[in-house]
Design a protein around this ligand. Structure first.
Ligand SMILES: *Cc1c(COP(=O)(O)O)cnc(C)c1O
Ligand code: SF4
Length: 366
């Protein structure tokens, strides 16, 4: 059942998330056990100048080893093209470092903050927006930093929700994560908590009863947003992990990054959103791939993204159409929606519907 290099691994080891983390593929030699590593790529990896590499055996086992166009492989296996940096690409494309309000806290919007609690992920995505910071070796926030971050939230009544992210917060030790959630849930002005994670996809073994208990809704609900870019990521163990979370009372949302050669085709995107909904995950955001250094080979144009949205809207259940957003360097997210409005007169709104037909609608209210 388990392919290739892991044929002889005991099922109990394979299902143990700590075993999976310990056996991640990181070096050229380890990656070559499953993937095709060209001499150029080996040279690039051995030079060690790029963003950290780590792939869980579980996720690697879903990648087609001899197919460099495999949409899963493209997301996690480095390419030599990562060495090519465009003039507009940035180490911090969202300008997050300038918005640090307290340790781990990025405060950009009036009523919500991002709380970056760890720099560690189960597997590193080649297009990671926080590549400058993720896997830097700082690991998770120390207790003094956590205290300072939570204290900032507690003394800022304008904050209504906290988005716990990283890195991947589901890699924190369970008691540490539970304590953070307990302390946030006790802050009276918070209305709900969000947590962003890719662990259900990269390391579904981590989602066990103890973790689900730690994530249970408290005074306020918890929304978990799962990063998933392709329907092939939603294998049976991943769907089981998502079901455990949903059965535990956690509302699940999806976030997807638009990536060239991964999901930039209408049927792939549509099936990914339907597969997420089938797994009880409501697609929330489709992120345009941020201009992170060395990511041009994975990025599409914004035009292409808008065209995909036009093909989805109306042809696909509205439940399966997330918001498409670009994230400005320091300016925040901007939702982009194809233009269905042609013109608005005092009396009439001229629109195009999803079939491309021209229609008119009354404008005045009385
Ligand atoms: C994306 C983001 C949020 C959450 O934004 P929503 O549009 O409410 O989902 C909050 N803070 C920062 C810094 C973000 O990048
Ligand atoms: S899981 Fe998220 S934070 Fe971690 S490497 Fe991937 S994109 Fe970056």
């Amino acid at each position: 059942m388990i392919p290739g290099p892991w044929r002889d691994v005991a099922a109990a080891d394979w299902q143990d998330w700590r075993w999976q983390l310990r056996h991640r593929l990181r070096t050229a030699d380890e990656l070559a056990q499953h993937f095709v590593i060209t001499p150029e790529l080996r040279h690039f990896l051995d030079a060690g100048h790029g963003f950290e590499v780590a792939v869980t055996p579980f996720f690697a086992s879903l990648c087609r080893p001899f197919d460099p166009t495999c949409p899963l492989t493209r997301q996690v296996l480095p390419e030599v093209a990562e060495a090519i940096v465009r003039s507009f690409e940035r180490a911090d494309p969202l300008g997050e470092d300038r918005h640090r309000a307290a340790p781990g806290i990025v405060h950009k919007y009036p009523d919500r903050v991002l709380f970056l609690v760890t720099d560690t992920c189960a597997t590193y995505c080649r297009y990671c927006t926080r590549a400058r910071w993720v896997a830097a070796g700082a690991e998770s926030l120390g207790s003094a930093e956590l205290d300072a971050g939570i204290d900032y939230i507690a003394r800022t009544p304008a904050i209504r929700d906290v988005l716990i992210s990283g890195g991947d917060p589901l890699l924190l030790a369970t008691p540490k994560l539970a304590a953070i959630l307990d302390r946030l849930a006790a802050i009276p002005h918070l209305r709900f908590i969000r947590l962003g994670t890719r662990v259900p996809v990269f390391l579904p073994q981590r989602i066990d009863a103890e973790l689900v208990h730690a994530l249970r809704p408290r005074r306020i609900p918890l929304f978990v947003n799962v990063h998933c870019n392709h329907f092939a990521e939603l294998s049976a163990p991943v769907r089981d992990a998502l079901a455990l979370l949903a059965d535990g009372g956690i509302s699940l949302g999806g976030q997807t990054v638009l990536l060239r050669g991964v999901n930039d085709a209408m049927p792939v995107l549509q099936e990914t959103f339907y597969a997420l909904l089938s797994a009880r995950v409501r697609p929330y955001y489709l992120f345009h791939c941020d201009p992170i250094r060395g990511s041009a080979h994975l990025r599409t144009s914004v035009d292409a993204g808008l065209e995909l949205m036009r093909q989805l809207i109306g042809h696909t259940s509205g439940m399966a159409v997330p918001k498409y957003v670009i994230d400005l360097e320091g300016g925040g997210k901007v939702p982009l929606w194809p233009d269905f409005v042609e013109q608005i007169d005092r009396a009439t709104v001229h629109v195009t519907n999803f079939r491309g037909e021209h229609w008119q609608y009354v404008n005045h209210a009385d």
